[in-house]
Design a protein around this ligand. Structure first.
Ligand SMILES: Cc1ncc(COP(=O)(O)O)c(C=O)c1O
Length: 351
């Protein structure tokens, strides 16, 4: 890009391109993207096949929004669909940011946040995680200024794993001015087993500036179809709808989402299985002497600092693809049960 005569926004030209995790290795396990290891239900595959791909989808997905609205006790207008919750994050940030706007979020957190804020024209205010790799909500509240337009709270936090508690979130909301948008990113909500965790669905209507973001990518196993949703006040969702790229939520995704909701029991049995594998993975890593933070998503975090790149290579040599954040740590997704054994074998070599 450096030699191009084309003039670009300087902050965009300086942005590193999105780097996806390493792809799968032969006879190995891809544990780098927090994906669901189960193959889709036959009913979902059939639903995808039914979609008319020669036609545009119904742009707003009314049937799915109505169904989600019923589950959350809100109207269909208080639900907005996106091509993944990352698309929704982008839309809300575009809707609220102007040059000079600040967006507060914890760091380290979801690696897409910094780029999305920059693209929206805002400035990131990253608040270091507190003890146990948890959100430091007091410091985040203190970081809010007149320039703050949005705060993103990620629970459980990707990539470290702990949740924000219900009590902590409530206190935090009491300190956020009503004109600052709060995005509660609950991409991994269905894996949470901590009874003290915040549950955005119980908070709908409590604050006029709160929007929940959830996704079909993780627990529901539809990452490849790109489907996420926001629940919140209609006028805030309308602003996101206004900046959304039209027709980006496909008919396949909408049909698959509807069928997935009808098969919640089967899919949640799989989630329970993943939670069981997570318990085994975390216990095994702790037995090896690693200080693994509380893991409430479908992943576990190893803080390895300077040893991260070398550890990444060891896992790779053992057929395990993990997500390395050089100089910081490794995130290991919870995959097939057999993958847990392979991870623990490789991890033992790091001690
Ligand atoms: C915290 C968090 N939020 C949002 C997303 C986006 O998920 P999707 O766009 O697939 O819904 C992810 C994906 O990894 C994530 O980890």
């Amino acid at each position: 890009m450096a030699d191009s005569p084309v003039r670009m926004r300087p902050e965009i030209a300086a942005l590193p391109a999105y780097k996806q995790g390493r792809q799968a290795v032969a006879d190995g396990y891809k544990l780098s993207s927090n994906e669901n290891p189960f193959t889709p239900l036959v009913e979902i595959v059939e639903a995808v096949a039914r979609a008319e791909v020669n036609r545009y989808p119904d742009a707003t997905g009314p049937a799915l929004r109505a169904k989600l609205g019923d589950r959350f006790g809100v109207t269909a207008q208080e639900v907005h669909l996106g091509a993944g919750s990352v698309a929704l994050l982008s839309q809300f940030l575009l809707a609220v940011c102007e040059p000079g706007s600040e967006v507060v979020y914890a760091w380290r957190s979801f690696e897409a946040y910094p780029g999305l804020v920059t693209v929206a024209g805002g400035t990131s205010v990253q608040v270091p995680l507190g003890p146990g790799a948890t959100h430091d909500l007091d410091a985040m509240a203190a970081a809010i200024t007149d320039r703050t337009r949005a705060v993103i709270v990620c629970t459980p936090n990707n990539p470290t794993g702990p949740v924000v508690t219900a009590a902590g979130f409530e206190r935090f909301m009491g300190r956020v001015p009503a004109d600052v948008l709060v995005l509660l990113d609950e991409a991994y909500f269905e894996f949470v087993r901590d009874p003290g965790a915040v549950d955005g669905s119980t908070l709908i209507g409590r604050w006029p500036n709160l929007v929940l973001l959830r996704t079909f990518s993780k627990a529901w196993g539809l990452a490849g179809l790109r489907l996420g949703y926001a629940v919140g006040p209609e006028h805030i969702l309308d602003a996101a709808r206004a900046v959304a790229i039209p027709l980006s939520v496909t008919g396949q995704a909408q049909l698959a989402g509807l069928v997935a909701l009808d098969h919640e029991d089967l899919l949640f049995a799989r989630v329970e299985d993943i939670v069981g594998a997570r318990t085994r993975l975390v216990a095994g890593l702790r037995d090896l002497g690693f200080a693994v933070p509380d893991a409430q998503g479908n992943f576990a975090w190893l803080e390895l600092g300077d040893r991260t790149a070398a550890a990444d290579d060891v896992f790779h040599e053992h057929g395990v693809v993990v997500r390395a954040f050089p100089g910081s740590g490794l995130r290991i997704s919870v995959g097939e049960h057999e993958s847990v054994d392979r991870v623990l074998e490789a991890a033992a070599l790091l001690r």
